[in-house]
Design a binder for this molecule. Structure first.
Ligand SMILES: Cc1cc2nc3c(=O)[nH]c(=O)nc-3n(C[C@H](O)[C@H](O)[C@H](O)COP(=O)(O)OP(=O)(O)OC[C@H]3O[C@@H](n4cnc5c(N)ncnc54)[C@H](O)[C@@H]3O)c2cc1C
Length: 283
């Protein structure tokens, strides 16, 4: 039985996650599809060297893909490298991604690899590249706050990669990352231009009105196959508007008992969310 603090925190976190288990995720994904958006489902969990737990995550993703197939869910899954073995050993992540891709091929499902904090970046890209050769519906997330991303993006577009561009959710040091919001936003815009010039299948993953407006302008100049994607529980008004305007839109839906770290990131992103948390504790 969870304690009172956990229950109160969960009440706030619930807006950002589908719930504790796979059934919650499928229901949420179907709800997202009803709103004419694709569902990108992620089983929460990260940074574990525990091989038994890693195996459980892999098994869960295999089950998730079967369930999405059976329920005719439109969308993809998104996995975290450090959840599938990268914290323990690079080869373990690679083997587990292989198993997930076998199921993805069987159920004709796209798979996205989330990008985590910078110590994982190089190995994540290497493993991604190894597997992209054999499965082209494998996408990779890149973060605009990292200084290295422009060069990564150019290299990955060179092999035809499917890219999701985000600002980056992890605290990073100035030697590897842009620290000022204005610098991150400016870099994001530069990377967006590269995507619209040279990309063919990509995701604009931001809730930022200005960058979304820029993406629309760039799309007028060169119409390509791209999708706006948002996190569950954030900017629902904007999601509906973009769907009405005829854009492809997707919603990233995490689930699982490990919701605490994920929710901390969402709280950190916006002061108003802390108020929301306090209100739920007092009211
Ligand atoms: C589909 C998707 C997948 C992602 N995958 C990854 C990943 O693999 N790796 C990674 O590091 N990061 C990932 N992220 C998170 C991303 O890096 C940012 O941390 C997050 O999207 C907030 O940045 P922003 O682009 O929305 O811009 P911001 O400048 O942070 O926000 C712009 C506006 O969006 C709204 N907003 C933003 N965040 C919140 C919030 N928490 N609550 C309420 N309103 C908010 C506000 O109106 C704000 O003014 C993903 C994001 C999306 C949308």
């Amino acid at each position: 039985m969870p304690g009172i603090t956990e229950r109160l925190l969960y009440r706030v976190a619930k807006r950002w996650i589908a719930g504790y288990n796979l059934e919650d995720a499928i229901l949420d994904a179907q709800h997202t599809n009803e709103k004419k958006m694709a569902a990108i489902v992620n089983r929460l969990g990260e940074h574990t060297p525990d091989r038994k737990l890693i195996e459980e995550y892999v098994e869960e993703y295999l089950k998730l893909m079967d369930s999405m197939h059976e329920a005719n869910v439109i969308g993809a899954i998104s996995v975290k490298p450090s959840q599938l073995g990268l914290t323990a050993e690079k080869s373990l992540f690679s083997e587990n991604l292989d198993r997930i891709l076998d199921k993805a091929k069987e159920t004709k499902r796209s798979v996205w690899v989330d990008m985590e904090n910078s110590p994982y970046t190089e190995n994540t890209i290497q493993v991604y590249r190894e597997h992209f050769n054999s499965y082209q519906d494998l996408g990779l997330c890149l973060q605009a706050n990292l200084r290295r991303t422009r060069s990564d993006l150019e290299n990955l577009l060179g092999i035809g990669s499917m890219i999701r561009l985000v600002k980056g959710a992890y605290p990073e040091s100035a030697d590897v990352a842009f620290k000022k919001k204005t610098e991150v936003d400016q870099n994001y815009l530069g990377l967006l231009r590269i995507l619209f010039e040279n990309g063919s299948r990509f995701v604009v993953g931001t809730h930022d009105d200005k960058l979304i407006a820029q993406a629309k302008v760039l799309n007028k100049e060169r119409s390509v196959d791209f999708e706006f994607e948002f996190l569950k529980g954030i900017r629902d008004d904007l999601k509906d508007k973009l769907v009405d305007e005829g854009y492809k839109v997707g919603e990233y839906i995490p689930y699982g008992p490990e919701w605490y770290n994920y929710s901390k990131r969402r709280l950190r992103e916006r002061k108003r969310n802390i108020l929301l948390l306090m209100r739920s504790m007092t009211g």
